[in-house]
Design a protein around this ligand. Sequence first.
Ligand SMILES: Cc1ncc(COP(=O)(O)O)c(C=O)c1O
Length: 386
Amino acid sequence: MDWHAFRKRFPLPEDEIFLNTGTLGCAANSVIDKLCQSQRKLAATIANWEYLNDDREWITGYTPEKNLRNRLGRLFGANPSEISLTQNATMGINFIAHGLDWQQGDEIIQTNQEHPGARCPWEVLTERNGIVVRQVHLPIPLNDPAEILNRIESAFTERTKLLAVPHITSGLGTVFPVKELCALARAKGVISLIDGAQVPGHVMLNISDIGADAYSASLHKWLFAPAGNGFLYVQKELVNRIWHTQSSEAWKDPDTGFRLQQRGTGNPSLLHALDAALDIFEETGPQNWCLRVKTLGDILRRGIQEMPELRVKLRFNTSTHPELCAGITTIEFADIPSPKVVRHLWDNCKIRVRDVGEPYGLRISTAAYTQEYEVDKLVTKLGELC
Ligand SMILES: Cc1ncc(COP(=O)(O)O)c(C=O)c1O
């Protein structure tokens, strides 16, 4: 695979190093072209549209979008009828949180390292319905996979109704043993909801193999779709217990995935562009792609560990256990505030990393388009700060 040629398919300027895919990925030229061409075509042909029942290409939201859902199901190990198109992971998590019936005192389990999009729906339900969130404290750094399982297992009680944890954490990029966690929840009769915002295009994903009851993902990060693309998976036994947070004419459709994607008028061009992003992912090969992400993360972590002055001055907040880390590396200088490092790297070196705040630090995302020389340059520039 020629990864240098791969990088050239993206409109990232040659002299800029983009290492913040954990927030939002860069869409490829072909994806942007598809988006623009589709918008133009839809606008140019709108007067031809009679608005017949099976002819709603212009507005999406009212059509099941079967091709795209089939494709997502095939790529991520799910039955397409269990996939709903959403805007992002936040939307899918909210659909589950606000779609289930809650009794006062029902408990859910989370960690202390949730993204607000996964934490706040439960805060709302705490105030609205009196549910109880049992928050599991995870240490920083976390280098023992068994510790995640043990700490979470000890939070279950007789009132636990749902386990809501990330597949990959937002701040530190810790890869959770989600298959074991979902099995644990199932054995206790508890619903599992996995926050996969950071997952598609980052590590290999097979939802059926994981055994999650619900899985919510964003496609605009590591998979490089334009912003506003995600999906929600809901297992067929759970779907009938989820009330619609958003409903429209097909809210009782037998296609249960379609039922939950009743979003009214949307932008079909975003979906066409998602299809183009999936073309690149499939053409490259998901295995190749995800191995690339992991390898780049390893090169970065090794580069830092092998530089003596960095070893002394830099703290790894991210895990360095091979099973627990992939394309996100979060570090902190002992004596330089992270926002200052972020500004310095951009102003002086055109390197974009992100400060993810206390208690995490500088988050570096090495994605499929990242180049080895870019990682090396970052390590050198960090070394110069010592
Ligand atoms: C673990 C995690 N969950 C949820 C989100 C929210 O993602 P989105 O804004 O795409 O819904 C993020 C975003 O960074 C995240 O990292």
